[in-house]
Design a protein around this ligand. Structure first.
Ligand SMILES: Nc1ncnc2c1ncn2[C@@H]1O[C@H](COP(=O)(O)OP(=O)(O)OP(=O)(O)O)[C@@H](O)[C@H]1O
Length: 302
C-alpha cells in the first residue's frame, strides 16, 4: 500500500476579482484516510475542490495532490483522481452501461471493470435502460461508480449521499471504507453531518474561506470543550451516596470534560457500584455548531 499524502495544501488563497474566496487554508490528507470538508453555503468548499482537481489555480499557496504539484504537471490526467460532483448529471438518453463505458474509454479502463461495477452497485438489471428512467439513488450510484472506475488514489466527493436512502448511504460509505483500505485518500464535502460522523478520520471546518477548526474528531471535540453526557437510572442514588457528584449534575445527567471523566467513572463504579450507565459524546453536528457559533460571536465583537 502506498503511504504518504493524498493531498497537502499550504497557505492557499484564492480570489475571484476582488472577492477573497479562500484565505490561508492549509491541511493534509494522508492516503488511507477520509477528511470531511465542512462549512456553510459559500464557505469555499467547492472552490477548494476545484483547486484539488486542478481546475482553478490558486492565487497563492501550494497544493500537492498525490505528491505532485498539479500546476507543473504535463499530464494531469495520469493522476488517479476520482470525482463525484454535486448533483451529478449525465446525458440522460444514454444507458447506464453506455455512460460508464464512455468514461471507461476516456480513462483507459476495461469493459470488464465496467461490468463488475454495474454488478457491484446493483445496476446490472437497469444497465440497458436510458438514464432518464433512473431514480435519484440509481443516478447517484452510477455517479459514484464513475468516480471509482479507475481505482482512484484520491477520491473527491461533493454531497455524495444527498437523496440516498439509509441503505444506499451505508453501501456508499462501505465502498469508501474499502477504497481507504487500499490506500485511497478521500475527501467528502457534505452537510449531512450525522451520516459522515462515523466515517471520517479528520475534519476541516471552513467559514468565509478560512479554516475555523481542523483535526481528528477527538481533536475537534476536545477543542470545543463540549461535554460528554453520562446518564444512568441509578444516578440520583449515587449522588446521595457521593454528594460531590452533584458538581457535575445537570439536566438528569453528569456533564463531563476529558479531565473529570476518569475521576467520575472511578467514583461511580468503585465507590457507588454503578455499572448501568451510558456515555454520550458530543456529536459532530453539535461540534460544528459550536465552532460556527463562536465564529459568529467573534464577528459581532469585532
Ligand atoms: N467563479 C466565481 N466568481 C466569483 N465568485 C465566485 C466564483 N465561484 C465561487 N465564488 C464565490 O466564492 C465563495 C465560495 O464559493 P464556493 O462555491 O466555493 O462555496 P461552497 O462552500 O462550495 O458553497 P455551497 O455549500 O453552497 O456549495 C462564494 O461566495 C461564491 O459566490
Amino acid at each position: 500500500m502506498n503511504s504518504g499524502l493524498a493531498v497537502s495544501a499550504r497557505n492557499i488563497r484564492h480570489q475571484f476579482a476582488d472577492f477573497i474566496a479562500l484565505q490561508d487554508v492549509s491541511f493534509e490528507v494522508p492516503r488511507g484516510q477520509t477528511m470531511a470538508l465542512l462549512g456553510h453555503n459559500g464557505a469555499g468548499k467547492s472552490t477548494l475542490i476545484k483547486i484539488m482537481l486542478g481546475l482553478i489555480k490558486p492565487s497563492a499557496g501550494e497544493v500537492r495532490v498525490l505528491e505532485q504539484n498539479l500546476f507543473g504537471l504535463a499530464k494531469r490526467a495520469d493522476l488517479k483522481i476520482g470525482y463525484l460532483p454535486e448533483n451529478v448529471s449525465f446525458y440522460d438518453k444514454l444507458t447506464g452501461k453506455e455512460i460508464l463505458s464512455y468514461f471507461a474509454a476516456l480513462k483507459g479502463v476495461t469493459s470488464t471493470r465496467v461490468k463488475q461495477l454495474l454488478q457491484e452497485f446493483g445496476l446490472e438489471y437497469a444497465q440497458d435502460r436510458a438514464l432518464k428512467t433512473y431514480s435519484k439513488g440509481m443516478k447517484q450510484r452510477l455517479g459514484f461508480a464513475q468516480a471509482i472506475l479507475s481505482d482512484p488514489e484520491l477520491l473527491l466527493l461533493d454531497e455524495p449521499t444527498v437523496g440516498l436512502d439509509p441503505v444506499a448511504s451505508k453501501f456508499l460509505y462501505g465502498k469508501i471504507a474499502e477504497l481507504k483500505q487500499q490506500g485511497c485518500g478521500v475527501i467528502v464535502c457534505t452537510h449531512e453531518l450525522s451520516l459522515i460522523e462515523n466515517n471520517i478520520d479528520i475534519g476541516l471546518i471552513l467559514a468565509k474561506g478560512q479554516v475555523l477548526a481542523q483535526g481528528s474528531l477527538a481533536d475537534l471535540r476536545n477543542g470545543s470543550g463540549l461535554k460528554t453526557r453520562l446518564t444512568s437510572p441509578q444516578l440520583k442514588d449515587a449522588i446521595v451516596q457521593r454528594p460531590e457528584l452533584a458538581a457535575w449534575y445537570q439536566d438528569d445527567a453528569l456533564l463531563l470534560d476529558t479531565q473529570s471523566k476518569t475521576q467520575v467513572l472511578k467514583l461511580l463504579t468503585q465507590e457507588c457500584q454503578v455499572f448501568d450507565f451510558s456515555l454520550q459524546q458530543p456529536a459532530l453536528t453539535e461540534i460544528y455548531h459550536f465552532y460556527m457559533g463562536r465564529c459568529a460571536q467573534v464577528e459581532e465583537v469585532s
